[in-house]
Design a protein around this ligand. Structure first.
Ligand code: AMP
Ligand code: MG
Length: 402
């Protein structure tokens, strides 16, 4: 048996480099994507010196005590004229409107009588007040967003303000999910005795989306090596990652293993973990597409996805590794000797702010009735057989919506 760390290290070493694609800034498709390159500004912001208030543009030297000046006219936001302000006069100006040449202050309308032909100023003007200077916020060449930024709505504002229309992002890995098993029927189908609903397929489809990757196909195949080979041969033409479940343990109908051993370059291992012992990983076809063959028990699939597939999708998707936290055990449990256990647990903050672990009471690889209460996996190291209250363990949060 190999450790889950060694198995993951082998997978990550074989994972392909991220692909880059170009996306439009407008339209919302950039949200949640990862920038593949630094974005620098080609412009300065503000692009022109403008008023920060609705008021009057003046020579501050003209307004050093309450006084009156003639109003030359109005400058609205969007006014494209090149205007100047002669000493002894003023322009009525709106927020965002370009400052007329010569004026060095704006007096807010609230400090005047609001006159249109002539205006009375109630207080002295201060040089520089209420002016936004060209380039004070962003200069040409400034770093707007660094490579690796996970684009949020406020980042879109930075790009749009700077006139950027397209950016390079890391392509979302295109993932194909395949459930195998003669006993499986799609959710909603009537079941004959001995049949079960396919839960791994829908769960993996949701996990792929929650990981920020792109589900391109979800298939169910019978236990037939030919059907498995045919499907894999087709999907490796365009997929970036393939995930299968079932058919990799020691049963007589473990056909995924059979099909892939023929295809070559896929290794099947016993990994010292519970759940999730039988694992396969390899690279398929000319494009060397990573394929994960996960064991079929639903909790084995859930754990295997978080431990092996998610870090790989993150790497291919240009995302940093997910953070792992420590939490304190409230009530102990036993763990299989010689294997790391990934226990389903609920992690909550107690009144003193500590993260506390409450395990699901059933940890079999087919038990899912208590999952509503679980929000994390707790890692019990291989050399620990009995987890005790007050022990500290690493936890990994279960994926939720991206
Ligand atoms: P296998 O890995 O094919 O030997 O399957 C192990 C166990 O997981 C069996 O009880 C299967 O019925 C069950 N199983 C396999 N695939 C699925 C699936 N897609 N959804 C739910 N249970 C499954
Ligand atoms: Mg099976």
């Amino acid at each position: 048996m190999i450790s889950h760390d060694d198995h993951l290290a082998r997978i990550l070493a074989a994972a392909p480099a991220p692909r880059v694609e170009r996306l439009a800034v407008s339209g919302g498709s950039l949200l949640g994507r990862v920038l593949a390159a630094d974005v620098r500004s080609a412009v300065e912001l503000p692009a022109f010196t403008n008023s920060a208030m609705d008021g009057y543009a003046v020579h501050s030297a003209d307004v050093n005590e309450p006084c009156e000046l003639p109003v030359v006219g109005d400058i609205a936001a969007g006014d494209t004229r090149s205007l100047s302000c002669e000493p002894g006069s003023t322009w009525r100006i709106m927020t965002g409107a370009p400052m007329p040449e010569g004026a060095d202050a704006v007096v807010p309308v609230e400090l005047t009588d609001g006159g249109v032909e002539r205006v009375r100023f109630e207080a002295a003007a201060t040089p520089g007040n209420h002016i936004r200077h060209a380039g004070e916020d962003v200069r040409v060449g400034d770093l707007l967003l660094p490579r690796g930024t996970h684009v949020a709505p406020h980042h879109v504002a930075v790009l749009a303000s700077s006139g950027v229309t397209q950016v390079d992002v890391v392509a979302r890995p295109r993932v194909v999910v395949v459930s195998t098993g003669d006993e499986l029927r799609a959710a909603g189908s009537e079941l004959a005795h001995g049949q079960i609903h396919d839960s791994n397929g829908p769960m993996l489809a949701a996990l792929v989306e929650a990981a920020g990757a792109q589900l391109v196909e979800q298939a169910h195949l019978p236990d037939d090596a030919r059907a498995v080979s045919d499907l894999l041969e087709r999907v490796v033409e365009s997929a970036d990652v393939v995930i299968t479940t079932g058919g990799v343990s020691a049963g007589a109908f473990d056909v995924v293993k059979e099909a892939l051993i023929e295809a070559g370059d896929v290794t099947f291992d016993k990994v010292a973990m519970q759940p999730g012992k039988p694992q396969g990983f390899g690279l398929l076809g000319e494009r060397r597409v990573p394929v994960f063959t996960l064991p079929g028990n639903p909790m084995s699939t859930l754990v295997s996805f978080h431990v092996f597939v998610l870090p790989t999708l993150d790497a291919i998707g240009g995302r940093p590794p997910r953070e792992c936290e420590r939490a304190v055990v409230e009530r102990g449990w036993t763990s299989p000797p010689g294997r790391a256990q990934f226990a389903r647990v609920a992690v909550r903050r107690d009144d003193s702010g500590r993260l506390v672990i409450h395990p699901n009471s059933r940890q079999g690889s087919h038990h899912l009735g208590e999952l509503a209460e679980a929000n994390a996996l707790a890692l019990v190291p291989a050399d620990v057989d009995v987890v005790q209250a007050d022990d500290e363990l690493d936890i990994q949060m279960l994926l939720t919506k991206e």
